[in-house]
Design a protein around this ligand. Sequence first.
Ligand SMILES: [Zn+2]
Ligand SMILES: [Zn+2]
Length: 147
Amino acid sequence: MSDNPEATTTTLRGQCLCGAVTLSVQHRAPALAACHCSICRKWGGGPYLSVEAHQTPAFKGDENIAVYDSSEWAQRGFCRKCGSHLFYRLKEGGFYALSAGLFRESSEWPFKLQVFIDEKPGNYAFANSTREMTGEEVFKAWSPDQN
Ligand SMILES: [Zn+2]
Ligand SMILES: [Zn+2]
């Protein structure tokens, strides 16, 4: 656990469609991020809306979680029973992008970031004003050489 819980931290609790998997994670300022990359769109049919976590969430029902290696550096988890998408995670470093839809409160979070904006198809666009990052900028931000 790299995160040091503080008084302002809230616990986010979520669950999949069928309830076989539940999770909780500490967060200071939950916000929505959208990924427009081609893998996310193939995985879910459209951009992946998530909340970032920099610690491993506490999962219940682990035996119902299937994990797919979607690249050399990342994995995607989903519920074996209902197929709900649970997370995108880096194999190293403890970064998770948890599916926003698992959390009922996600409708109240601000929408702050869009990544892989360079892979977004031209036939849709969110009206929200957010920070935007290209794939190259995302990989740079993840690289251990950068701070
Ligand atoms: Zn499920
Ligand atoms: Zn993506």
